[in-house]
Design a protein around this ligand. Structure first.
Ligand code: XMP
Length: 506
């Protein structure tokens, strides 16, 4: 496997994804918490960073522990750190070196750049630049404006590049990473979804033995795939709980329960709608609503879990981006929304946690799900927030409002599916606004609710753009909603991006 040492770059996760796409296993660890270097580690990649190697207190580590012993690839900050530590010079660049550049003078027999055509486009993103190479270094490529774009050291497998091979704008970046992990480090490309399932199921069997596991399912892809893996390992000893919080999409509870049963899971559907509505009564503040929903979920889950004798473990669908310790260089971030996810259970339950997906990215989770025969409609589902429609009904929540919003949402989502638009969108839904407006229906004046439709494109939910849906489609959906859903006489479409807006309205 490959060890990726993180210095806090926004692109570190992307390096890991690219390496995994080559069917090579890798892990990210922060620079100040490096694991023991075992024989399994075949090479190390040093990531970029928002810091400058020249700043007092910028991230660093003792590179002598690896250099010359293991293949090493320094990317951007990683390359600058290697330069600085071994007698080179890094200085503020006169021109900010940002964006596209082309590799001009390539050394043809360099192992890292093998097979890379001249003028290959690469992506630069740095404010510092290496002005003098370290001792013993050999220049292997330059660009128009960056002389020391790539270098290596005579007689050792250490490679340094100031551009980012992991971003798609670096046209041959993937080939360079392949050269590094396959040819230079000698990793075999045997990491596949099938091999992951096989080894994970074996590990789970050993870890869980005859113990019982309880798990809350949400209908989302992560918890579903995690449950299937655990089920493959321990069968009926996995007890799944799927709670109807009264804030799910129309017919979702019944449909998802059916799908789960079809997959052979031992799942209990719990209708707790009334408990949630009671807890939410009169609440209007978004954070107060989230907290009430989160707490009620825990209470319901706790009651159900206590009905199972001797349960020892809690299964969770945590994925890699949730656990990677990010290297924070900007200080503590402010809470914008307190995301509640299935599973934030209190300590008194004293359950050990089992998280079979904690080393996968979302696309990896989907591949694993597919390889276990999970149907597409479960795998390709849009993300849906834990508090569900509770944060899409602005203001207080009543069962009547939920019913209105479920009908509106259903027309919109079904429309997207019918027109083949669903899969190109990250997430879509409707919001019930606490606003009434005047309309006219037949000869009558109406004074009814406004709903907003929201659809966004995104790769990770961190940033998003509003989806440019065809006007005709929006027109048809709007007509259907106003004609079919009693209580709604106006539809608007949200055209804000994130940032500065967010995906949800609350
Ligand atoms: P925002 O609104 O912050 O949403 O742009 C980003 C992603 O997170 C989802 N989201 C939530 N998920 N509990 C969740 O489990 C929450 O409280 C919550 N709030 C937002 C949102 O649907 C989007 O996918």
């Amino acid at each position: 496997e490959i060890l990726i040492i993180d210095f806090g770059s926004q692109y570190t996760q992307l390096i890991a994804r690219r390496v995994r796409e080559l069917n090579v296993y890798c892990e990210i660890h922060p620079f100040n918490k490096i694991p023991e270097i075992t024989e399994n580690i075949k090479g190390i990649i040093l990531s970029g960073s928002p810091s400058s190697v020249m700043e007092e207190g910028s991230p660093t580590l003792d590179l002598n522990q690896f250099r010359g012993k293991l293949p090493l690839l320094g990317v951007c900050f990683g390359a600058q750190l290697l330069a600085k530590e071994f007698g080179g010079l890094v200085e503020k660049s006169d021109s900010r070196e940002y964006g596209r550049a082309h590799l001009n003078s390539l050394v043809p027999n360099d192992k890292l750049l093998k097979g890379i055509p001249a003028k290959s486009q690469v992506w630069m993103s740095h404010g510092d630049t290496i002005t003098r190479l370290p001792e013993g270094a050999i220049l292997t490529a330059s660009t128009e404006s960056v002389r020391n774009a790539a270098y290596t050291f005579e007689g050792e497998e250490t490679y340094c590049i100031q551009f980012h091979p992991e971003v798609t704008h670096s046209t041959d970046g993937k080939k360079m990473l392949e050269n590094f992990v396959v040819d230079i480090c000698g990793c075999d490309q045997s990491y596949t979804p099938e091999s992951f399932v096989e080894s994970t199921v074996a590990e789970l069997k050993a870890q869980l033995g005859q113990d019982k596991v309880v798990m809350g399912l949400s209908g989302g892809v992560d918890s579903s795939v995690a449950a299937l893996l655990i089920h493959k390992a321990i069968g009926e000893n996995l007890y799944c709980i799927f709670v109807d919080n009264g804030l799910l999409r129309k017919n979702e509870f019944e449909q998802v329960l059916e799908s789960y049963k079809g997959l052979g899971l031992n799942v209990k559907g719990v209708d707790a709608k009334d408990r949630f509505y009671a807890a939410l009564k009169g609440l209007t503040d978004p954070e107060a609503k989230r907290k009430a929903i989160g707490k009620t979920f825990i209470d319901v889950f706790d009651d159900e879990a206590h009905l199972i004798q001797d349960v020892k473990w809690l299964g969770q669908g945590t994925i890699y981006p949730d656990i990677i310790e990010s290297v924070s260089v900007k200080g503590p971030s402010v809470t914008i929304k307190s995301h509640h996810n299935v599973g934030g259970l209190p300590d008194y339950m004293k359950l050990k946690v089992v998280e079979p997906l904690k080393l996968l990215f979302k696309d990896g989770v989907r591949q694993v799900g597919r390889s276990m025969g999970m149907p597409d409609h479960l795998i390709n589902r849009h993300p849906f927030p834990g508090p569900g429609l509770g944060i899409r009904i602005l203001g207080d929540i009543t069962p009547e409002k939920v019913a209105i919003l479920q009908n509106v949402d259903h027309i919109f989502i079904q429309g997207l599916k019918d027109k083949g638009l669903y899969d190109s969108i990250w997430q879509a839904g409707a919001i019930l606004l606490p606003v009434q407006s005047v309309g006219v229906m037949g000869d009558e004046r109406t004074y009814e609710n406004v709903v907003a439709l929201r659809a966004v494109t995104s790769v990770d939910g961190m940033t998003a753009d509003w989806a440019h849906l065809p006007y005709e489609f929006l027109g048809e959906v709007s007509n259907q909603i106003i004609n079919k859903v009693k209580g709604v006489n106006r539809v608007v479409y949200d055209i804000s991006s994130k940032p500065p807006a967010t995906i949800e309205w609350e």
